[in-house]
Design a protein around this ligand. Structure first.
Ligand SMILES: [Zn+2]
Length: 390
C-alpha cells in the first residue's frame, strides 16, 4: 500500500461529518420492513453530497434500496460496501452523542457502520485516491429476523448489484471471519389422530407423542455428538441443538401433539440438501417407531462459507488494517449469520464482516464510540484502495 496515499486518506476521515451522518440515520426509526424513511434520508444525504443515487425496488416497494457508485474511470475490481438500514423491533431510542459515544437505535447494528461506509466513499472521492476499479455501496431493508426474510438483498444480488468482493459492517471488530457455519431453524411436529383423552380412558395402543418427542430429543442429541467429527479450525463444528420441547395440557391427559424446535448448523458449504435429508431421516425413523405422523419445517437461514486466506480481499483488508492499526487481524470464524453468508451462497463472492467494536446490538442500549467509527471508515477506504487496484 502506498504510504503517502494511506496517510492522506486516513487524515481525510472527518469525525464530525461521520457523526452527523450516523446521528441523522439513527434519528429516523426503521424497524425491519419499515426502513423507507431512513432510506430516503440516506439517499438525500448522498445526493446532497454529490453522489448519483439509484433506488432499485428490489422486491420491496415499501423501502427501495439505496445504491451509489464511486468509479475511478479505470478498469479494476469492484469492492462492495453492503449494509442494512433496518433495526430490530424494540422501542425506539433516539440518537445521542455524549463523551465521544454514539447512542440510539441502530447505533451498533448498523447505522454507525453504514455512516462509516459513506465517510469512506467521501474521502476516496475527495482525495481522488481511487485510481482503479470502483466502489459500490448498497443498503437495504429486510435484514433482521424474524420480521425480515432478506428478500431485498436476494433481489439486489439477482439484479446484479454485486461487486467482486463485499464488506459488511456488523459489530465484529476481531477476528477477521474467514469461515462461518450454515444454519437452519427446525420445527418438528409429531401428532396422533383423535382427541385429547384422559389417560385411563385411552384405547390400547394409542400413540404417545410426548414419548416420541422425548426420544427424538435424545436422538438429536446423539446426532449432535456424531456431528462433532465435522470440524473446521475457524468455524467450529456441525451441531444439532433442541431448545424447545412442548407437549401436553395437563398431567393426566394423553396429548395429541408434541413440538420440538432448535437449530442445525454445518460447516461445509453446498450441503444444505444432504443436511436436511439426514435430519428428516432421523425424525422419520423415530416417528415410525412410535406410529405417529410428523411434519418438519426446516428453514435455512444461510449456508456455510469459507474465504481463502490468500483471497485478494483478505490481503487488501489486512493491508488496510495494518496501515490503520499497526497489524493485521487474526483470522477466525464468524459466530453469527449475516448477509455475508447470503453473498457467499447466492453471488459466489468473498464476503468479509468487519465493523466497530460496538455493544448492545439487539438491545435498548446500543452504543459505539466515534473513535471506532473513524477507525473502521479508515479501514474501509484503505481496503477499497488496495482491493480495487489489481
Ligand atoms: Zn446487523
Amino acid at each position: 500500500m502506498d504510504r503517502q496515499l494511506a496517510t492522506t486518506l486516513t487524515a481525510a476521515v472527518n469525525p464530525e461529518r461521520l457523526a452527523r451522518t450516523a446521528l441523522a440515520l439513527i434519528a429516523i426509526p426503521s424497524p425491519t420492513r419499515s426502513a423507507g424513511a431512513v432510506a430516503d434520508e440516506l439517499a438525500r444525504l448522498l445526493a446532497a453530497d454529490g453522489f448519483a443515487v439509484e433506488r432499485p425496488v428490489a422486491d420491496w416497494p415499501e423501502a427501495p434500496a439505496v445504491v451509489t457508485r464511486l468509479h475511478s474511470g479505470q478498469p479494476g475490481r469492484t469492492l462492495q460496501f453492503d449494509g442494512h438500514l433496518d433495526t430490530v423491533h424494540l422501542p425506539f431510542v433516539p440518537p445521542k452523542l455524549e463523551g465521544g459515544v454514539l447512542y440510539g437505535s441502530g447505533a451498533s447494528d448498523m447505522k454507525g457502520g453504514v455512516a462509516a461506509f459513506v465517510e469512506a466513499l467521501r474521502v476516496l472521492r475527495d482525495t481522488g485516491a481511487l485510481s482503479a476499479g470502483q466502489v459500490l455501496l448498497t443498503t437495504h431493508d429486510h435484514h433482521e429476523g424474524p420480521w425480515g426474510d432478506r428478500r431485498q438483498l436476494k433481489a439486489l444480488i439477482r439484479d446484479g448489484y454485486v461487486g467482486d468482493g463485499v464488506l459488511l459492517p456488523e459489530y465484529l471488530a476481531t477476528p477477521l471471519p474467514v469461515a462461518g457455519r450454515g444454519q437452519a431453524i427446525f420445527a418438528v411436529r409429531l401428532t396422533r389422530p383423535g382427541e385429547p383423552v384422559h389417560e385411563v380412558l385411552q384405547a390400547p395402543g394409542t400413540p404417545q407423542v410426548l414419548l416420541a418427542g422425548a426420544e427424538l430429543a435424545l436422538r438429536l442429541r446423539a446426532l449432535d455428538i456424531e456431528l462433532k467429527v465435522h470440524q473446521h479450525p475457524y468455524a467450529g463444528a456441525d451441531s444439532c441443538f433442541v431448545g424447545h420441547l412442548a407437549s401436553g395440557e395437563i398431567y393426566n391427559q394423553v396429548p395429541v401433539e408434541c413440538m420440538l424446535k432448535g437449530t442445525r448448523r454445518w460447516i461445509e458449504a453446498g450441503t444444505v440438501e444432504a443436511v436436511r435429508a439426514e435430519f428428516a431421516a432421523v425424525v422419520a425413523e423415530v416417528a415410525a417407531q412410535h406410529g405417529v405422523p410428523w411434519q418438519l419445517d426446516f428453514s435455512v437461514s444461510g449456508d456455510a462459507f469459507v474465504v481463502a486466506a490468500e483471497d485478494p480481499l483478505v490481503r487488501a483488508f489486512q493491508a488496510a488494517h495494518q496501515a490503520v492499526s499497526g497489524a493485521g487481524l487474526p483470522l477466525g470464524g464468524k459466530p453469527f449469520m449475516d448477509d455475508g453468508n447470503t453473498f457467499a451462497a447466492l453471488a459466489g463472492i468473498p464476503a468479509l464482516t468487519h465493523g466497530p467494536a460496538a455493544t448492545g446490538a439487539h438491545t435498548l442500549d446500543e452504543r459505539v464510540s466515534l473513535e471506532e467509527l473513524v477507525r473502521v471508515a479508515r479501514v474501509y477506504a484503505l481496503c477499497a484502495l488496495a482491493y480495487c487496484n489489481p
